[in-house]
Design a protein around this ligand. Structure first.
Ligand code: BV8
Length: 268
């Protein structure tokens, strides 16, 4: 035994990669999807870290923090108005639609999304955990205020910056900024679901934002078959049984059809 007593630890190894031919998707299969900005790319919604990624402008990333937004709510709202305009005309693509169809056909599927565009809901998915909130709701910037978050679909929002009628604090998008805790109910639900998942799909995420990215690792450690859909390998590829590289809207439907041995069919 080594000095650290590590001989008895079962380190993860890449040999865990199972052969997908040995896996059959049935209506008893618990399917969970972790989606990121890449699932909405084919709908025309810009991603964060690609060539023309939103976060390339560090100023914008600073506005997506509590301090940044509170210091410059006017610039913050300019940024989120731009995001609202990007998302307003977007329609769900086949990647969103095939997951909604899976649910409609009675498969046990839950979507854990990092996205704030609600395209999963528009596509018809009902079982969605929005880890990072939604751009289509507004809330008070004062966590102790009694104002409930409320829906606002204006594009753009006028009269910015906005202030709370109850406490006078600036109003902000109902999203989770960097350095902010996620809603513990969402985290707990996502964790419990991930632990009981049989098939975990990691779709369109660079896998760098935590705790969201951690659910792919947890799925692998919990014994799920993990399949990644991305244009390229990511830090999460190590935890995946397979990485399907290409446009997810094109590749998810045939992959699900193959895994279900032809049972699940989605016409693009
Ligand atoms: C937290 C909402 C505890 C807002 C977002 C130092 C200081 C403070 C915190 C940290 C720190 N270091 C680390 C942290 C933790 C931090 C973090 O992870 N930072 C990263 C950047 C290192 N996390 C947090 O702060 C979280 N809270 O930890 O609380 C705490 C409390 C106090 C202090 C410390 C910690 C909160 C994270 C949530 C942040 N909010 N969004 C908004 O959207 O405006 S995150 C933002 O990134 C989006 O939600 C986005 O979804 C998410 C992740 O990005 P992706 O979705 O993966 O998008 P990306 O562009 O990166 O990748 C797209 C992928 O798709 C690419 O791989 C591309 O190849 C692929 N793709 C493109 N097209 C296609 C495709 N794939 C397939 N088909 C295609 N067609």
């Amino acid at each position: 035994m080594s000095v650290w007593g590590t001989d008895d630890l079962h380190y993860y190894s890449s040999t865990k990669k199972i052969n997908l031919d040995d896996f059959t998707l049935t209506r008893d299969t618990k399917i969970t999807v972790l989606s990121g900005a890449g699932i909405s790319a084919e709908s025309g919604v810009p991603t964060f870290r690609g060539e023309d990624g939103i976060w390339k402008d560090a100023e914008k990333m600073r506005l997506a923090t509590p301090t940044g937004f509170a210091t410059h709510p006017d610039k913050g709202w300019d940024f989120y108005n731009l995001r609202r305009m990007n998302m307003a005309g977007a329609e769900p693509n086949n990647a969103h639609k095939v997951l909604a169809e899976l649910e409609r056909q009675g498969y046990d599927v839950v979507v854990i999304t990092q996205n704030i565009d609600r395209l999963h809901h528009v596509a018809g998915s009902k079982r969605v955990i929005e880890l990072h909130g939604t751009i289509w709701e507004i809330k008070c910037g004062n966590p102790g205020c009694s104002l409930e978050p409320f829906e606002n679909k204006d594009v753009p929002i006028k009269g910015i910056p906005l202030f709370c009628d109850i406490c006078g604090t600036h109003l902000r998008p109902n999203v989770v900024f960097f350095e902010e805790m996620l809603d513990p109910v969402n985290v707990q639900n996502a964790e419990i679901r991930t632990r009981e998942t049989d098939l975990f799909l990691v779709v369109g995420t660079s896998g760098v934002v935590y705790p969201a990215a951690g659910f792919a690792q947890l799925a692998s450690a919990s014994g799920a078959v993990v399949i990644e859909f991305n244009l390229e390998n990511t830090p999460l590829s190590f935890f995946c049984d397979k990485s399907v590289l290409g446009q997810c809207g094109m590749l998810i439907p045939p992959t699900l059809n193959k895994l279900s041995r032809g049972e699940f069919v989605y016409e693009c």
